[in-house]
Design a binder for this molecule. Sequence first.
Ligand code: F6P
Length: 318
Amino acid sequence: MKIAVLTSGGDAPGMNAAVRAVVRSALYEKMGAFAVYDGYKGLCENIIKPMKHSDVSSILDKGGTILGTSRMPDFNLKKVKQRAIDNLRSHGIDVLITIGGDGTFMGAKGLHDMGFPTIGIPASIDNDIDGTDFSIGFHTALKTVVENIDKIKDTSSSHQRASIVETMGRKKGDLALYAGLSTGAEFIITPENIIDKNLIIETLKKKKEEGRRNAIIVVTENILNVHEFANEITEKSGFTCRATVLGYVQRGGSPTPEDRILAARMGEYAVKLAANKTFGVKVLVNHDEISAKPFGHTSKRDNFDNLKELFDLVPKIS
Ligand code: F6P
């Protein structure tokens, strides 16, 4: 059997560890291992090369993805996917393992539906993939966000200011929620937890009167204009407020041990699925157990109730 691996969509720390695990597990099983460069774009351009054991040396601790990545909206076109399949077949490749998020899995499902075997490994800092408790990269991004908020809190407290910090996350609030709880944020605003602006301002006013020296508000991207809201807080609450958009710093950096281990486990599991001819599935982790479900599977994540419990904590302990 010949296995190819690609990374696609927004990069996530730990993608390299997953590529390494796929290539080495495949070689261990005496399969052929191939890499597709630059995601689906590279697949359509036939940038596919055989991989040796040493081709994935010294990448375990590296952020980003050595294979490169891309976003390719055109990949939803059937004729584009057909070109991808023709390219894979021209190398004699039997199965494609795709490492990425939702968009990546949509592409992989499309290939599978057109008769080409695929398997998905979830990697996204947003932690927004249905059915898995965690995706590769989330814990590293969380660590970066927490380190940055800790620093913002130092200066915020020295100046007796309030600070708004915007995290990534697209349509999921996990990064903001976990980071907000880890840093004792007063408010955590996410797509699942929209908070009335006036309530925030009134509460901050009260906290200021009580002598609070700083306040942190963590918010997921695409919900509000953090700079405008910071000005409003400054005008109405008694706190001078500054906004920080963390941006792409969240996607870089060396993966944490948690992400490296998750990537190793998921990569090896994906190769095992291929050996057993189980295709059209995504690899998941639930309660620390690795499993796989069809791409279309959309169950609530097992930790969803836990998330609600975490949101409820915030007003009680901040
Ligand atoms: O999906 C990962 C992510 O970093 C999101 O958090 C963010 O909304 C998006 O990618 C940014 O994408 P781009 O790299 O295309 O600007």
